[in-house]
Design a protein around this ligand. Structure first.
Ligand SMILES: Nc1nc2c(c(=O)[nH]1)N[C@H]1C(S)=C(S)[C@@H](COP(=O)(O)O)O[C@H]1N2
Ligand SMILES: [Mo]
Length: 357
């Protein structure tokens, strides 16, 4: 094996590239779900793997450059893969550093996610008849192991210093999820984020009601007055305030005092049966999400934010506030709380198609 700083065997480069990309895909998808502070490591791993990918990609491109110049049509998908991977890295970096690179209405984070999906698809094509595992000898090289350790170290240092750099440059800092703060404590003045077609007509609190049913002994219906009391402001008998972070996967977060009624209270009123394990929150649009029944006790069904009535866009008359869960699970315009034995897997489809059907 030739010595020198770049003498990494091709199979090892390829294997490492694959491992890095798999980590990036796994943590990229995992990051969309990570909402609790204990899950900070998901995006940390994502950032470190991104840094590690750069030199690996350089090694790979150097090696294949002669073949690319001899341009046979078979290299086209591979070139596309290299290009999309490069763009994914650039948009990821752009989001981290808070620079532009928006594509139309889409912020770099959203473009980055779309490119990531592209990388996954092209990688399957690329590896179909190329994949080879590194041999034992390839991996037994101690200097190589050291070089890798150093590379991961560089990635970790880059990840760690990045917030410091951003602070010096005066860019809005990011939460551990990668989101940037906007409109905190300002009532309804934070962004409205709904999926493409999930755009119901304003809900009339006079004819609206909340149904609590499923695995319960006494199904219940609450009208708006019963939930908020006569005063329709802060301070009805049942009202609770919960301070929680709404963190959207599209890259922003907002901290508020939410007012409403505890999950525990609506559930207790309906008396869940012994078989009750999950609670599904349904929107008038068909959008819905489930949480385990223990957690459902502590969520808030919010009617107000920072002491003012929720606006229509933010889910009036009732929206879910589920601390530690990402924004897409904070169902808006709730009209039904369903107690179930199993989690409702249909929700995974519902969040994408509600409003269309
Ligand atoms: N019914 C319904 N609830 C929904 C959505 C939706 O499209 N429909 N969007 C979700 C997403 S992706 C986020 S981030 C939050 C955003 O809440 P906001 O529009 O009040 O900011 O609501 C969630 N709840
Ligand atoms: Mo979102």
């Amino acid at each position: 094996m030739p010595s020198g700083s770049l003498s990494v065997p091709p199979r090892v480069v390829d294997g490492s590239l694959l491992v890095s990309v798999l980590i990036l895909l796994g943590t990229g998808i995992g990051g969309l779900l990570a909402g609790r502070t204990g899950q900070w490591w998901v995006m940390a791993l994502h950032g470190i793997a991104g840094v590690v990918l750069v030199p690996l990609l350089v090694l790979k491109l150097r090696r294949v450059a002669p073949r690319v110049r001899s341009a046979s049509p078979t290299v086209l998908p591979s070139l596309l893969l290299a290009l999309i991977t490069g763009l994914a890295l650039m948009t990821g970096l752009a989001w981290t550093l808070g620079t532009g690179l928006d594509v139309g209405p889409f912020r770099p984070l959203v473009v980055h996610g779309a490119l990531g999906v592209g990388v996954a698809l092209l990688l399957i094509v690329h590896l179909r008849d190329r994949f080879r595992l590194p041999t034992r000898d390839d991996l037994a090289d101690r200097r190589l192991a050291l070089r890798y350790a150093a590379l991961i170290g560089v990635g970790a240092v880059a990840w760690r210093t990045q917030p410091v750099v951003n602070r010096l440059r005066d860019v809005t800092p990011r939460r551990f999820t990668g989101s940037r703060e906007t409109g905190s404590d300002g009532g309804n003045s934070f962004p409205v984020t709904s999926w493409v077609a999930d755009d119901p007509d304003p809900v009339d609190p006079g004819s609206w009601s909340l149904r609590v049913d499923g695995l319960v002994q006494t199904p219940r219906t609450f009208d708006y007055k019963e939930l908020v009391g006569e005063r329709d402001g802060t301070g009805s008998d049942r009202e609770t305030t919960l301070r929680a972070v709404l963190d959207c996967t599209s890259g922003w977060y907002s901290i508020h005092d939410w007012q409403g009624i505890r999950g525990a209270e609506v559930l207790a009123a309906a008396k869940p049966t012994d078989a009750a394990r999950w609670v599904t929150f349904h929107s008038v649009t068909g959008y819905r999400w489930s949480v385990p029944i223990e957690e459902a006790q502590s969520v808030l069904l919010a009617t107000h934010v920072d002491g003012v009535r929720l606006s229509h866009g933010h889910g009036f008359p009732l929206r879910l506030v589920a601390p530690g869960r990402r924004g897409f699970q904070w169902v808006k315009w709730i009209d039904r709380v369903e107690v179930r034995h199993r989690r409702d897997v249909g929700e995974l489809v519902a969040i994408f198609v509600s409003g269309f059907v």
